[in-house]
Design a protein around this ligand. Structure first.
Ligand code: DON
Length: 319
């Protein structure tokens, strides 16, 4: 019954032009931010072969039961990787230390804003770029160690070895001025001592890891289950880390649309400009959607519609 429901919803959304406001879509979908925010990554989604009609959704229960519908195209995680870097940092250093370096407060600003507290000099949260870059720096003492730790967390959560999309990585490194600026600001503020270029390079690599929507549902289910991958049975994150990750997803995961999202969907979630969104209902399941057209916040347009419907149809709102 769930499979039929999901097929129906995916089919409805792929033709749902009525409620799909084309003006809400960034015309050059995949470009993040545009002129005001510094215009970072040209044609990013197209690099990974994304098509406008791509649409997919998957649910993975904490028992490991998967229901999926739509495309199995693999696309870059982008900002969804931030969630896994944060979990890995907490398990490496402990929650108190991590929160003493990167705060846990929503910003209401764009994802690539200079969201650093004027007094404490802390990035506001680990899910905006500046906080994710600082979090990435915590993952080890060398570029290689940080990447290895992040990839291990993501592979562990997906239950398989995930590939890297080199073109996305290279393109983002060529146009990394904005992220480099954020890293240099962290150093200037005395919040980071690691080399900016190495940290940003590793952060970008994490963003360019490829997943299908089914991988994402399993990764979300790993968080929903308190840190244990439901397919492999292996512990990827401690319960403390999994809970903290979901807490910050609830308040900060959808950037400057986080308030609307909590009202309308009511689940902790995280979006990426690759077109993916993950969400979790703790102790029950992880859900993911993939649809590459983005709104002005950098969130997937049809993905947001998908979650609004799913939440309403199954009364998933936590409140
Ligand atoms: O660093 C960046 O700007 C991108 N690699 C990731 C941004 C992103 O996914 C924001 N999400 N909605």
């Amino acid at each position: 019954a769930l499979a039929r429901y999901l097929d129906g919803l995916v089919a409805a959304l792929s033709t749902a032009t009525g409620e799909f406001d084309p003006d809400a879509v960034q015309p050059d979908r995949g470009i993040i931010g545009g002129v005001e925010t510094g215009g970072d990554i040209p044609e990013l989604s197209y690099l990974s072969g994304a098509r406008e009609d791509h649409l997919g959704a998957a649910i993975c229960s904490v028992d490991g039961e998967i229901t999926a519908s739509g495309t199995d195209h693999a696309f870059p995680l982008q900002s969804i990787s931030k969630v896994f870097a944060y979990g890995a940092a907490i398990d490496l250093h402990g929650l108190d230390y991590v929160v003493s370096v990167v705060d846990e407060e929503p910003t209401g600003e764009e994802f690539n804003a200079l969201s650093i507290d004027r007094t404490t000099k802390k990035p506001k949260n680990p899910l905006v770029n500046i906080g994710a870059i600082r979090t990435h720096a915590m993952l080890g003492t060398s570029r290689a160690e940080r990447t290895e730790r992040l990839r291990a967390a993501m592979d562990g959560a997906a239950g398989r070895s995930l590939d890297l999309h080199r073109e996305t990585c290279e393109e983002e490194r060529r146009s990394a001025d904005r992220n480099l600026a954020l890293a240099y600001m962290l150093r200037a503020a005395g919040s980071m001592t690691e080399d900016s270029e190495e940290v940003v390079s590793g952060y970008i690599e994490g963003c360019a890891v490829l997943t299908t929507v089914t991988d994402l549902a399993v990764m979300a289910a790993t968080l929903a289950s308190g840190g244990t991958n439901p397919l492999t049975g292996k512990r990827v994150f401690s319960q403390v880390a999994a809970r903290q990750v979901l807490s910050v997803m609830l308040t900060c995961g959808m950037y400057d649309n986080a308030g609307d999202w909590v009202s309308d969907v009511g689940l902790p979630a995280k979006s990426g400009v690759g077109g993916g969104i993950i969400a979790a209902l703790p102790s029950r399941f992880g859900v993911a959607s993939y649809a590459p057209q983005l709104d002005l916040h950098g969130n997937s347009v049809r993905g947001t519609l998908f979650f609004e419907r799913l939440s309403a149809d199954f009364s998933l709102h936590m409140l």
